[in-house]
Design a protein around this ligand. Structure first.
Ligand code: MTE
Ligand code: MO
Length: 536
């Protein structure tokens, strides 16, 4: 080592070879991913190694870590996860490239090992099959072969350097000059890029689905949503719209790739305990039924107090209870043997809802449309469930393809296996939307405004408190329905200084929102939302 320092030429040559080794590792990783991409065009996009490893990571993530990820990255959580996986892969590829300079077989075997990790991840996904192992394995073989070849050439080069690494057996071969290496590297990179691009073009997934969505014409509902009362929308700057545009609607799911389902080949099966007449329905079957249209506020159990994972949309769909009755299903209160309805999606998600709630007369929907359009892919095209009053993870299965009637004793759905409660009615909550935290309004009248929700019970009262003062009644916007959130406002005579504004809601059962601070796990956060502002 010390001798190296004295001989700059040798050190430089070694550095160059090490760098070339690292680069060949990167190229091998890139080739592996590109070939995997091509293979997953045949098998399915869910089987790509990065998607599969990401998906498996999501499945294995404990609830508190998922909480943290959603809190920190929001809807970008899955992008962050994929970038993280790619960063790890880059580091490993660099390391394997350098390792292969000295231990050619070990380096190549390392690439294969990562292929096996990808393959296991793909097969273990809820929707994974044995063929899903293929892309990772085929990619790894290609990457491993390329690394083996590069390492061979680079070792030949090393051997012809002025000072061959001690103990290294010189390998016969022409060796490479810088130009030769760059040419080979460029060719490998270009070939991989071509292979990857070919894979992306060939994967037809999405095209048929897109076409089928473009062809959907939603018929006018047999039962339109009652008009939103004029007083339901408050005009306060900083307060969000009463109805959430689909593009702004929060998105929470485990899907790294949004499932692209072709509505023309889609089927929904209804079967299980107490189902005397099992059914298989097509999308057209659903379109031909009497559709109902309703405004329903959907909320995620992962939402922190004051958080953004709640939205209000106009849904159009088939009343689910009617369909269940046609299949012979009776709720437990009428002697039915099944107390849990398990919805399963095309990507293997399972969501369990109480049969009693779904059939108690509320507007539980198999939704086909959102805000006047077919469901966006992100929100479950072609069909999803929506049940007023229940958190999304126990009711709102997107990309649904199967409904099984069973019991809570017999089966735990996806989130229930991960520390979340079996049953989870939405908790009464309220949020201050304006002023924003840290705002510096001028003294005088400041409008405090926000939303409150207690789906299927309805909001009866909202109170606001300034600092430690008394609770004072806020003005409530008119109620659209008890399944939607309600806007509220409070004109505050603001005095200079720093103030804490707090809100609480009371639902129609007379129950006031709990002040006790609890995290989202296991059945929804509680506590008051507060905002600190400085009046100037
Ligand atoms: N297939 C599938 N459906 C799903 C989920 C999922 O991960 N996969 N997440 C559920 C959760 S936790 C919520 S809160 C809602 C969110 O629906 P949105 O993304 O349309 O707002 O979808 C539910 N349906
Ligand atoms: Mo959720």
């Amino acid at each position: 080592m010390s001798r190296d320092r004295d001989v700059p030429g040798v050190r430089g040559a070694r550095l160059r070879v090490t760098a070339a080794g690292a680069v060949s590792g990167l190229l091998a990783g890139y080739a592996a991913l590109a070939v995997a991409e091509l293979a997953s065009a045949a098998v399915g996009p869910q089987a790509g190694p990065v998607v599969a490893v990401g998906g498996a990571a999501i499945d294995l993530t404990p609830a508190p870590v998922k909480e943290w990820a959603i809190r920190s990255f929001g809807t970008a959580d899955k992008l962050v996860l994929q970038l993280g996986i790619l960063a790890v892969l880059v580091l490993l590829a660099l390391a394997l490239g350098v390792l292969a300079l000295r231990h050619r077989r070990l380096g190549a075997a390392g690439v294969l090992l990562f292929g096996v990790v990808g393959a296991v991840a793909a097969v273990s996904r809820p929707d994974g099959g044995t063929v899903d192992a293929l892309p990772s394995l085929v990619g790894a073989v290609a990457g491993s072969g390329l690394l083996y070849w590069f390492a061979g050439r680079l070792r030949a080069r090393t051997a012809s350097e002025p000072e061959a690494t001690a103990g290294e057996t010189p390998v016969a071969g022409k060796g490479w000059d810088r130009r030769g290496f760059l040419l080979a590297a460029g060719a490998a990179a270009a070939a991989s890029t071509g292979v990857g691009a070919l894979g992306r073009t060939l994967s037809s997934s999405g095209r048929d689905a897109l076409a089928s969505r473009n062809r959907v014409v939603l018929p006018p509902p047999a039962s339109p949503a009652p008009p939103v009362p004029r007083g339901a929308r408050l005009r306060v700057p900083g307060l969000g719209p009463f109805r959430t545009p689909s593009k702004d609607f929060y998105r929470v799911d485990t899907a790294i790739l949004v499932p692209k389902v072709d509505a023309t080949t889609w089927r929904l099966r209804i079967h299980g305990k107490g189902v005397t007449a099992p059914l298989t329905l097509t999308f057209d079957d659903l379109l031909q039924r009497d559709l109902i249209e309703r405004d329903i506020t959907l909320a995620c159990v992962s939402n922190e107090v004051g958080g953004p994972y709640v939205g209000n949309a106009r849904w159009i769909g088939v009343p689910l209870a009617e369909l269940l009755r046609e299949c012979g299903v009776r709720p437990p209160s009428r002697g039915g043997p099944a107390d849990q309805l398990v919805a399963r999606s095309v990507d293997g998600m399972t969501i369990g809802s109480p049969v009693e709630d779904v059939m108690d007369g509320r507007d539980a929907l198999l939704a086909l449309g959102m805000n006047g359009r077919p469901l966006p892919f992100e929100h479950g095209f072609p069909v999803r469930m929506v049940v007023p009053g229940l958190y999304g993870y126990v009711s709102a299965c997107k990309w649904i393809e199967d409904i099984e009637l069973t019991t809570f004793d017999a089966y735990d759905a996806y989130w229930v296996e991960r520390a979340w409660a079996r049953e989870a009615p939405v908790k009464t909550q309220s949020r201050i939307d304006t002023p924003r935290p840290g705002a510096r309004p001028g003294a005088g009248t400041v409008m405090i405004a926000g939303i409150a929700w207690a789906q299927h019970r309805g909001i009866d009262r909202v109170d606001v408190r300034i600092d430690d003062g008394p609770w004072r009644r806020a003005g409530l916007a008119a109620e659209d329905s008890r399944d939607t959130w309600r806007q509220w406002s409070f004109p505050w005579r603001a005095t200079p200084g720093t103030h804490t504004l707090t809100v609480r809601a009371t639902d129609r059962t007379g129950k006031t929102q709990s002040a006790h601070r609890a995290p989202p796990v296991p059945d929804g956060a509680t506590g008051h939302h507060s905002v600190v502002v400085t009046v100037e």
